[in-house]
Design a protein around this ligand. Structure first.
Ligand code: XIL
Length: 372
């Protein structure tokens, strides 16, 4: 009987214990704070990292603005300082957008890179229709360059002075319209009205307006058009021989996941050999290489893109000497703001942040590559 009682007592103690009734209940575990990943691109990068920006998103979209504040150390004026925005009619300059960007940069310690003073595209109708003799054209050209550069003296660290002056296929200077159907290999009003040496004069005028600004020649396709790369290098050598100030070369790198790696390596090596600053100035990596309107952004594509971002950053660090690393700039911030969607109308996902402003696999691989 006694034994039976003992057994019951033991059983009762066990049951009570398992329900936590035999002693004071343990306090509930403290909530685990979500792991905050505070490592930023600008925090890990040995050189400037930036994005080209849309000024109205900067003004009106907090998520967009916060990404810039947190991640970037350099800002490029995507469209804000192109002719149609900054020089909307012959005697009118509009600096409102540019001034907003300049003050955002100066109050948040960002480098401001001005894009672009002279281009064959994106010229306003009034400019394309301008009629005047060669002196009037020269005056218009010089006035534009010097008014804009002077206005941002002390604010813009650097400028893309001339953009995309050479043809893709043969590296020849864009002069006359080749009537190509894609509208991307047009002639150039500047070469037609000012003569072939307009590029040199653009650099001279910019240097006169702000002798401390760093002046860049900017172009795309150096990773697949060796002829274009060679023309750019010949131009640099010519400028050096004539003591014309040029400080850097922009390699835009609107590229894609299938771009030959050798082409990228070759371009970095050749451009770096000039001794100038090298800026990857408009990086985006397209995944929809056949422009399929029904393509879905799969995990596999995201990974391929992540690998390509990492490859580009790693090779840049490896092949461009540190003193020449002007930085890497992506062409806008999230997939939905990219010109590949908004301007080219392609179904694509080319940037580091997705449509919801969240980091993509490419963000992490790019960041790791910058850090290593
Ligand atoms: C693009 C802008 O991103 C678009 O919003 C605009 O409408 C057209 O121009 N090379 C350049 C950039 O140097 O100026 C271009 O920007 C993209 C290609």
């Amino acid at each position: 009987m006694k034994m039976k009682n003992n057994l019951s007592a033991l059983l009762l103690a066990f049951v009570l214990n398992s329900y936590g009734c035999s002693k004071k209940a343990d306090p509930p575990p403290a909530p685990v704070p979500p792991v905050q990943d505070t490592t930023t691109l600008k925090g890990v990068s040995p050189f400037f990292v930036g994005a080209a920006i849309d000024v109205s998103l900067l003004q009106n979209n907090t998520l967009y603005r916060n990404i810039l504040l947190q991640q970037e150390s350099s800002i490029t004026t995507e469209n804000t300082l192109k002719w149609p925005s900054v020089h909307p009619s012959e005697n009118v300059f509009d600096f409102s957008g540019g001034d907003y960007i300049a003050s955002f940069c100066s109050s948040n310690h960002k480098r401001m890179h001005g894009h672009c003073l002279v281009w064959y595209q994106s010229n306003p109708a009034w400019l394309n229709n301008f009629s005047g003799d060669s002196l009037a054209w020269e005056n218009l050209f010089k006035t534009h360059i010097q008014t804009v550069v002077s206005h941002y003296k002390g604010e813009a660290t650097s400028w893309d002075v001339v953009n995309e002056a050479f043809h893709d296929e043969d590296g020849s200077l864009r002069v006359n319209d080749k009537n190509t159907s894609d509208n991307f290999d047009d002639g150039c009003i500047w070469a037609r009205h000012l003569g072939r040496d307009y590029i040199a004069r653009a650099f001279i005028y910019a240097h006169q307006a702000d002798s401390s600004a760093l002046l860049f020649y900017n172009d795309y396709g150096q990773e697949w058009s060796d002829k274009k790369t060679d023309s750019i290098i010949a131009m640099v050598n010519d400028f050096k021989a004539r003591h014309i100030s040029i400080n850097g070369l922009g390699i835009q790198m609107h590229t894609n996941i299938n771009q030959s790696k050798d082409g990228i390596i070759n371009a970095f090596k050749k451009l770096a050999a000039t001794g100038l600053l090298i800026h990857i100035s408009e990086l985006d990596i397209s995944v929809n290489t056949s422009n399929d309107p029904l393509l879905v952004f799969t995990g596999a594509l995201a990974q391929q893109q992540a690998n390509t971002y990492a490859f580009i950053a790693t090779q840049y660090k490896l092949l461009v000497p540190p003193a020449q690393q002007y930085g890497i700039t992506t062409w806008n911030v999230t997939d939905k703001d990219s010109w590949i969607r908004t301007y080219l109308n392609h179904n694509d996902w080319p940037l580091l942040f997705n449509d919801s402003y969240a980091r993509k696999p490419a963000f992490y691989s790019y960041r790791t590559a910058l850090m290593q």
